[in-house]
Design a protein around this ligand. Structure first.
Ligand code: SF4
Ligand code: SF4
Length: 366
């Protein structure tokens, strides 16, 4: 049984609110973490959604990422997105790309700061299989071409499982030199994704090495590739894969998750036991004030990890989903199975070196 420790986050510095605009979706992804498809009961109405944008602004957020389900399926998505821009918040839209073509003029007219499209394979067969809709791959390719022509900052998000691990290099070939940012994340057993399809720890380590090697070989200009929060931290050999130094899970600190029924969590990847309130019942500012960041008591390897104090156990969402703290999906933990030193001085130097490395490798990408 897991033990939860709660603590009040006294220094909440909001940056990005990730907002599930609707749970309705026109894809049927095997790896969907929110089990999307139908609308969620009690989704916020138009007035509630517009008020929430204004509340996010007054609470100090800098940007809003609209996602789903499929956000472009919500009939008033444009009005909500427009309110985001009217309030001088950065606007990102995370979409499966299926309806991008018919929405591109609206997206452009908003001055959207970034469109993120899911691309899970370099071949039609595998992408369409993972997304559960035939024709998805060609729609995404078309969407990327349209975005390139309209010069809207674009990124792709690839969620990696055993099914598409071999597709990663094909994706790289598709986006190289196109100024398309690329984020790789690991599919974890939340929503409807079955645990048996999650990559194993060796594949996990190889994936992280692939990201690091690709960046080293091509540089960020040619392949602007990063690993998401779930991709492990404080490796001795693999550089920090994120855009900034890893300072521990940011759920409820700089990141906020909003479900389409108004429920508030530190991060949308966390289970519903992490819901901290609902904006229909309380003002967002009140929920934020008492927002607790729940963390698992460090267990297994994390408990005795030399960088626990800085790392805080990695991505909380992944840790909860994987549920295997004895053997976390973590680069350092994997390495320590082979390299753990028993000499106190060497250990101390190693720890300090890892912390400095994590900090400067992050900074050098900014
Ligand atoms: S073992 Fe745990 S605390 Fe240590 S680096 Fe990995 S995730 Fe972080
Ligand atoms: S739970 Fe994971 S994805 Fe969410 S903020 Fe924490 S580290 Fe990032």
């Amino acid at each position: 049984m897991f033990k939860f420790a709660s603590r009040v986050s006294t220094k909440l510095k909001p940056i990005c609110a990730v907002w599930e605009l609707t749970l309705k979706c026109n894809s049927k992804c095997i790896h969907c973490g929110s089990n999307a498809g139908e609308k969620r009961p009690g989704e916020l109405n138009n007035e509630e959604a517009l008020n929430l944008v204004r509340e996010l602004k007054s609470c100090g957020f800098k940007g809003v990422a609209l996602m789903g389900g499929e956000p472009l399926l919500r009939s008033d998505w444009f009005e909500i997105a427009n309110e985001v821009k009217k309030n001088n918040l950065e606007l990102s839209i995370v979409t499966n790309g299926l309806t991008l073509k018919e929405n591109i003029h609206k997206i452009k007219s908003l001055g959207t700061d970034c469109v993120s499209i899911s691309l899970d394979a370099g071949t039609e067969k595998v992408h369409d299989y993972l997304r559960g809709v035939s024709g998805s791959f060609s729609k995404v390719i078309e969407a990327l071409n349209i975005l390139e022509r309209t010069a809207i900052p674009t990124s792709i998000i690839t969620s990696v499982s055993k099914i598409n691990l071999k597709e990663i290099d094909k994706i790289k070939k598709m986006i190289i030199d196109r100024n398309i940012a690329w984020q790789i994340q690991v599919s974890t057993p939340i929503g409807r994704f079955p645990k048996k399809l999650m990559i194993d720890r060796t594949e996990f380590y190889n994936l992280a090495s692939y990201i690091a090697n690709t960046v080293k070989k091509y540089g960020y200009k040619r392949v602007p590739l990063i690993g998401a929060h779930c991709l492990g931290h404080y490796s001795r050999f693999i550089p920090n894969l994120g855009l900034s130094p890893w300072i521990g899970c940011q759920a409820g600190k700089t990141i906020l998750g909003i479900q389409c029924n108004g429920n508030i969590k530190g991060c949308l990847t966390l289970p519903d036991s992490f819901i901290e309130g609902n904006i229909r019942e309380e003002k967002l500012s009140i929920i934020l004030k008492r927002l607790r960041m729940k963390t698992l008591e460090p267990r297994g390897y994390c408990q005795k990890c030399d960088v626990l104090e800085s790392c805080m156990g990695g991505c909380l969402g992944t840790a909860l989903a994987v549920n295997e703290f004895e053997y976390p999906y973590c680069l350092r933990a994997i390495e320590n199975e082979h390299f753990l030193t028993k000499f106190p001085l060497t250990s101390k130097v190693d720890t300090i070196f890892s912390k400095i490395k994590n900090y400067y490798e992050g900074l050098s990408k900014i």
